[in-house]
Design a protein around this ligand. Structure first.
Ligand SMILES: Cc1ncc(COP(=O)(O)O)c(C=O)c1O
Length: 433
């Protein structure tokens, strides 16, 4: 293997950063490429190679890299100050706009990351109900805080640590894990534990073990059962927010949770997240109430300015943006399905709105147990050939691919050509003769 700048940077990085990265999902064999810059649908690495990007910072960049409207907005804000430690009109304007587009967000608090958002949403639910237990679903990922690092997806699934070391069993004993898409299992637990369950937290569409869609009536049933037992239903919309629709999964499926978490797309490429929902729950947050939550960087004016810019852009252009994204994603799905048939590869392709993922298995996939039956060696062969061809997707079977508004018709054509080569390599990996 010839020495590349990325390879040398990875060797250097491994000496100072655990695994050479600042988030595990970024590491892959033999070494990840190191990015120099990005624009639109493209990433450019330290060795001058160009990639058409379907990782899009794990879904955060709905408008692609370095979108001009966001750049213009933050250039106006930067000389006015980057952090104040006091309230701003920007935060109020942003929250009002967000409340208008997000069905459940009567009241909210701004934070920086999805991890913070889900941690505080769970605390708010526990404070409100005065109950301890929560229910999460096998393979759902809600960030890297203690009470949800149980049978978690994303990097925790990829690297085989769904239950992390360092998380006390005393904490996770209050987290009940159930299979996704299984209403009977949920009902049975509620019959026994209903009075102790503060919240059910769910990715309405699971996007952290590949992509798994809710079966018909699943989300309405979650809503019904949580109502029945006065438990708080939390939709973790860190991925689905602004991807399924401007109003997220709650609008797309017409199911209103009590609380929701938003992040990723929300900040237009800057660290910004929010948790919020019913006023009667959110007004218990300090200093209005006794559920404590705080943050030095929360609602910082640069992120919020970028957030206002993206919300305005999406509001203005939603009728054009969402149908186009869905059409482009469907084109990719169709190409993968047709090519898999040509190469006689057993393949499931799941997609919704601007999200898609493939699974190398003949089985239907409705939960994480099914997803684990997918052939990850074939996925790895497919991923590495795509990379060689100049198409970057998240490097793990247990992630999801994201189409952005920056992807052009030419990008799709280029990608479909690369898919063909990658599936051909996967087919040869399966049948080496
Ligand atoms: C559904 C979901 N919730 C929460 C998180 C955590 O968000 P963050 O990485 O911003 O902490 C993620 C991250 O991928 C996610 O996919």
């Amino acid at each position: 293997m010839t020495e590349s700048k990325s390879m040398a940077l990875y060797e250097r990085a491994k000496k100072i950063l655990p695994g050479g990265v600042n988030s595990p999902v970024r590491a892959f064999d033999p070494y990840p490429f190191f990015v120099e810059c990005a624009q639109g649908s493209k990433l450019y690495d330290a060795d001058g190679k160009k990639y058409t990007d379907y990782c899009m910072a794990y879904g955060a960049l709905l408008l692609g890299h370095a979108h001009p409207e966001i750049l213009t907005a933050i250039k106006t804000q930067l000389p006015r100050g980057t952090l104040y430690g006091t309230p701003t009109e920007l935060e109020v304007q942003f929250a009002e706009t967000l409340s208008n587009v997000s069905p459940c967000m009567e009241m909210m608090r701004l934070v920086n990351t999805g991890t913070e958002a889900t941690m505080h949403a769970i605390r708010a639910a526990r404070g409100y109900t005065n109950r301890k237990k929560i229910i999460k679903f096998d393979g759902c990922f809600h960030g890297s805080h203690d009470s949800v690092l149980v049978k978690a997806g994303s990097g925790a699934a990829t690297f085989g640590v769904p239950n992390s070391l360092g998380v006390p069993q005393e904490t996770t004993q209050n987290t009940i894990v159930l299979p996704y898409n299984d209403i009977d299992a949920l009902e049975n637990v509620f019959k026994v534990e209903g009075a102790n369950i503060a919240a059910v937290i769910v990715e309405p569409v699971v996007a952290n073990v590949g992509l798994i869609l809710p079966q018909k009536n699943y989300l309405p049933s979650l809503r019904k059962i949580t109502h029945q037992y006065d438990s708080v239903l939390i939709f973790d919309e860190i991925i689905t927010g602004f991807r399924l629709s401007l109003g997220g999964a709650q609008k797309y499926f017409d199911v209103k949770p009590d609380l929701a978490t938003l992040g990723k797309v929300l900040g237009g490429g800057f660290p910004l997240a929010a948790f919020g929902g019913k006023k009667q729950i959110m007004q218990n947050i300090s200093p209005a109430g006794s559920v404590y939550q705080a943050g030095t960087f929360s609602g910082n004016p640069v992120s919020v300015t970028a957030g206002i810019a993206i919300l305005n852009h999406l509001t203005k252009n939603q009728n054009q943006i969402y149908p186009t994204l869905e059409k482009h994603t469907s084109e990719l799905k169709k190409a993968l399905t047709d090519q898999a048939a040509t190469y006689k590869l057993p393949l499931q392709v799941h997609s919704i709105a601007s999200l898609y993922q493939i699974f190398f298995t003949p089985q239907d996939i409705t939960n994480y147990t099914h997803a684990k039956q997918s052939d990850t060696a074939l996925f790895s062969a497919y991923f590495h050939e795509l990379l060689k061809q100049g198409v970057f997707i998240p490097p793990s079977q247990y992630e999801t691919c994201f189409v952005s508004t920056a992807h052009t018709k030419d990008d799709l054509k280029f990608t479909i050509n690369a898919f063909d080569k990658a599936l051909c390599v996967a087919a040869k990996t399966r049948n080496p003769s």
